[in-house]
Design a protein around this ligand. Structure first.
Ligand code: SF4
Length: 400
């Protein structure tokens, strides 16, 4: 095993956030330790909710010799926080620096009895969905497993400390993040090799202990990877649909040119056989005059017929209508509240459970990906400026 990691603090120190339990056991073995030591170490890293607990010399039930080895070769490496916005309704949006002028967004949404963390899987996105600020900016790179997990690790630690300091809870077994949705920046299934260990960390009893029902992967419809996920780690699935026919979906979600609605819904049916829930959530971003007509709702009902009749419990699908969050140059407008309600009414009347996503964190609001895009633009402008000035500076230096 090489002691190199893309997000190590130094080139020779391995970031342990990159490992699921099996990976960590391999790492322990590589250090000449018994594999079961990984369980203790894994719990220290992921279950303490306290970044301080990740200092190896604090891990009191590990042998001193192991702690010394870990200090030499390993690290638990958080992502630098660029900014933190806290809404009056409790929603928190963090922007994390992932290097090379890239930032990613993570959002915590507290609700009665649960706390949902929306996590990013890529810096940028290559899928180019028309209504998406992240897609508009293009793709930078995949996140590592450690960078995906670092978002949850940080949020859980921050929120626990915050709630303890406000006297809400001092029970360390009480998780604050009860649900994780991979619905932030990026197409998770395009970063499958990093995603899979991250899902295992989230769902492992020695890690975050979230049930597969409480972890949702959202995809724009990469059919072969949906089939792989069904085999490897069938968590809850959300599909970005956004159109009721191929002609419209080809325009809104370019991936549809590769995997048509027929292919996508067939994959959904196969997934349902393994899914931890008896339905798949379909996300539908309502765009004024584009996909929000009553006729579109009726087409959706037809389209969902097969999914519903073939699902175990006859439920098959739920719809989440998402108000479009405008961003510069999108050329699109959000549907009116009346149109949104009418659309939801038609689906609900046909027995398809449909909810309209509540706008949370209105006072810190920005379309997903917009804050990160602003940072990238600002940093790149700064870098361009530096490049523009450097030759003159060098010239001046050499002239003296
Ligand atoms: S909606 Fe999701 S898959 Fe589509 S461009 Fe945006 S981040 Fe990528």
């Amino acid at each position: 095993m090489t002691l190199m990691s893309p997000d190590s603090v130094t080139p020779t120190r391995v970031n342990l956030l990159n490992f699921d339990l099996d990976g960590l056991a391999d790492f322990c073995e590589h250090l000449g330790e018994k594999r079961f030591r990984a369980v203790q170490l894994f719990r220290w890293i992921h279950q303490r909710g306290d970044p301080g607990a990740c200092q190896f010399d604090q891990m009191s039930d590990l042998a001193k010799s192991l702690r010394v080895k870990l200090q030499a070769v390993a690290t638990v490496s958080p992502l630098p926080v660029v900014s933190q916005h806290i809404s009056t309704d409790g929603t928190i949006k963090w922007l994390f620096d992932v290097g090379d002028a890239n930032a990613i967004e993570t959002v915590f949404i507290p609700e009665l009895g649960r706390g949902t963390l929306c996590v990013s899987s890529q810096a940028g996105c290559a899928m180019g969905c028309r209504f998406c600020a992240t897609g508009h900016q293009g793709f930078s790179r995949n996140l590592s497993t450690g960078e995906i997990i670092a978002q949850l690790w940080f949020a859980e630690g921050f929120l626990r400390q915050h709630s303890q300091s406000h006297g809400h809870s001092d029970d360390r077994s009480d998780r604050v993040v009860t649900n994780v949705v991979l619905m932030g920046m990026g197409e998770p299934l395009q970063n499958y090799d990093a995603l899979l260990p991250a899902l295992r960390v989230m769902t492992c009893d020695h890690g975050y202990g979230l049930s597969r029902r409480r972890v949702t992967v959202s995809t724009s419809g990469i059919v072969p990877m949906m089939d792989r996920l069904a085999q490897d780690c069938p968590v809850a699935l959300a599909v970005s649909l956004h159109a009721p026919n191929d002609v419209l979906r080809d325009q809104l979600v370019p991936l549809n040119l590769k995997y048509s609605l027929h292919d996508l819904l067939s994959a959904c049916l196969r997934y349902l056989a393994h899914a931890p829930r008896d339905f798949i959530t379909f996300a539908y971003c309502l765009l004024d005059g584009v996909n929000d007509g009553d006729e579109h709702a009726r087409q959706l009902i037809q389209l969902m017929q097969t999914v519903r009749t073939h699902s175990r419990a006859g439920v098959g699908c739920k719809f989440n209508l998402i108000p479009f969050n405008p961003f510069p140059d999108s050329g699109l407008r959000p549907s009116s509240p009346e149109r949104t309600q009418s659309f939801a009414r038609i689906l609900n009347a046909a027995g398809i459970t449909t909810t309209v996503r509540k706008t949370r964190g209105g006072d810190i609001d920005a379309a997903c990906g917009q804050l990160a895009g602003d940072i990238r633009d600002r940093t790149r402008v700064q870098q361009r400026m530096e490049r523009l000035h450097r030759p003159r500076f060098l010239h001046q230096e050499s002239a003296t």
